[in-house]
Design a protein around this ligand. Structure first.
Ligand code: SF4
Ligand code: SF4
Length: 484
């Protein structure tokens, strides 16, 4: 972000910083970051275009939040509104997953997978592509505004807008059939909410990823503060090993005065490659998203000057203390397995297994019953009593299904519906429920004159090989109000 004038009142509120022009670097962590960026962006942009055959009665988009019909589709899973606990379970798993990752490898989420990090990384690559590497960009920033600079900026900001637009465009695809929505969008026939959402997301993507960048992580995001509370002396952090690096001195100085200087040659490569522009040699700080690019940079420098790698490395505070006292470096992976991370892993996998079991065991047919309250009963001319109910039959299968609805209890009673005649009243009847939907049926239950007020059940059973069923207990009201 461009620095503001230090004299402005706004700057009195926080430390003004110059634009971060991080330098290109290659190494294992940079390559891992590339892979994460490609995978996460591909998942985000491509997922709405994946098709998933659910038969002729349900949408064929693999991942879809169908707000109109109140369904959430995710490949073979379909969540209905009454099953929102699955979504709550997924959110809990995501939360515990973050606890697990943080306690094991510190702020790895921030460094590799957070959308702010991924899009910032993408925009920084655009900067590098258009304006060149660090020094070229610094030079261009400091140069006066010429037509060439205006053209470059216009080109770069057009790419920013293009990325922002596709980011917003991809988001709305999760809420409607993607090919249809694209067609409607470009013909101006999509819902106004689609255009407003794309406009807002274009603006926020460009602002947060293109211009504010590391300022979001340092000043706006609450997650670094929360993470700090979750980390302990056994959590992995990107650490500068000052006991090995200090005092700093160039290779020439070290050759002139053997034994006087540490391994850090003060080349500032670790600072130059840092996407948040911090100096890790000043110790752990909130601006470090643990992306480990400084490790790549320093390992490369150490290789060039013939010193062992790992002057900056992933390490726990506990290991740092031991190493500073003379113990050999402990491989970072050994810090991953400890009681706390194993406990998080067990909780996380238990919730996942419970959800998988619940998904596998759930019924795809259901019933809800709402008795009429006003009036609660009607006396018929032959002295019998009639109660009315609204039955809502649920068919979660992707094909129409015949279902039997029957009375259990209430001796001598029979029912008919708004689909049948009273003359056809019986203890059970069959209803066809369309695929992937609910059907409301008005049911009239009539019982002999002497029937006391009592409980009984409606039972629904699918008339197919699955024979799924559900019972719902309800009341039969009478003028006597007496229960047996
Ligand atoms: S890259 Fe390594 S050697 Fe260079 S300044 Fe950073 S810590 Fe020192
Ligand atoms: S200090 Fe190193 S690990 Fe931290 S953000 Fe900068 S480059 Fe990434």
């Amino acid at each position: 972000m461009n620095s503001l004038d230090p004299q402005t009142p706004l700057n009195a509120l926080y430390e003004a910083k110059g634009t971060v022009h991080n330098r290109r670097i290659d190494g294992p962590f940079r390559r891992f970051k590339w892979a994460m960026m490609i995978v996460t962006l591909a998942i985000y942009y491509v997922t709405p275009w994946i098709r998933w055959d659910r038969g002729p009665y349900a949408p064929d988009q693999a991942v879809l939040v169908d707000l109109v019909h109140r369904r959430f589709y995710m490949f073979g899973i379909e969540i209905w509104p009454h099953e929102f606990y699955f979504v709550a379970g997924l959110l809990i798993m995501a939360g515990i997953g973050l606890f697990l990752v943080t306690s094991a490898v510190g702020r790895a989420w921030c460094g590799y997978a957070c959308p702010q990090t991924v899009w910032t990384d993408l925009f920084q690559h655009v900067d590098r592509f258009v304006d060149g590497d660090r020094f070229a960009r610094q030079k261009l920033d400091a140069a006066p505004w010429t037509w060439s600079k205006v053209a470059r900026r216009a080109f770069k900001w057009s790419i920013y807008l293009f990325i922002g637009f596709w980011t917003g465009g991809a988001w709305i695809m999760y809420f409607a059939d993607a090919p249809t929505l694209v067609h409607d969008f470009w013909r101006g026939e999509a819902a106004p909410a689609a255009y407003i959402t794309v406009a807002v997301l274009t603006l926020t993507t460009v602002t947060l990823g293109g211009f504010m960048r590391e300022q979001v992580c340092i000043y706006m995001c609450p997650w670094p503060r929360i993470q700090t509370a979750m980390m302990d002396e056994k959590s992995l952090l990107v650490t500068y090993k000052d006991w090995r690096g200090e005092p700093r001195g160039s290779v020439k100085k070290a050759e002139k005065h053997p034994g006087m200087f540490g391994d850090c040659i003060d080349c500032t490569m670790c600072v130059q490659v840092c996407p948040t522009g911090i100096d890790i040699r000043e110790g752990p700080q909130i601006g470090c998203i643990t992306c480990a690019l400084c490790i790549d940079a320093c390992d490369r420098v150490m290789a060039e000057v013939g010193r062992p790698r790992g002057l900056i490395d992933y390490a726990t505070l506990e290991d740092c203390e031991a190493e500073a006292a003379g113990a050999p470096p402990r491989p970072a992976w050994k810090a991953l397995l400890r009681p706390r991370t194993i406990a998080y892993l067990l909780i996380w996998s238990s919730i996942g297994l419970a959800m998988l079991f619940a998904l596998g065991a759930r019924s795809h047919a259901g019933l809800s019953v709402a008795p009429d309250r006003n009036p609660p009963f009607m006396l018929l001319s032959d002295g019998s009593v009639r109660n009315a109910y609204t039955l809502r039959l649920r068919n979660m299968a992707t094909r129409p299904r015949r279902m039997s609805v029957s009375l259990e209890g209430l001796p001598g009673a029979a029912m008919w519906t708004d689909l049948t005649e009273r003359a056809d009243a019986a203890r059970s009847l069959a209803v066809t429920v369309p695929a992937d939907s609910t059907r409301s049926v008005r049911a009239y239950v009539v019982a002999p004159a002497a029937t006391p007020q009592s409980e009984f059940s409606f039972a629904v059973t699918t008339l197919d090989a699955a024979r799924e069923s559900q019972r719902v207990v309800t009341n039969f009201e009478t003028p006597t109000g007496e229960r047996p």
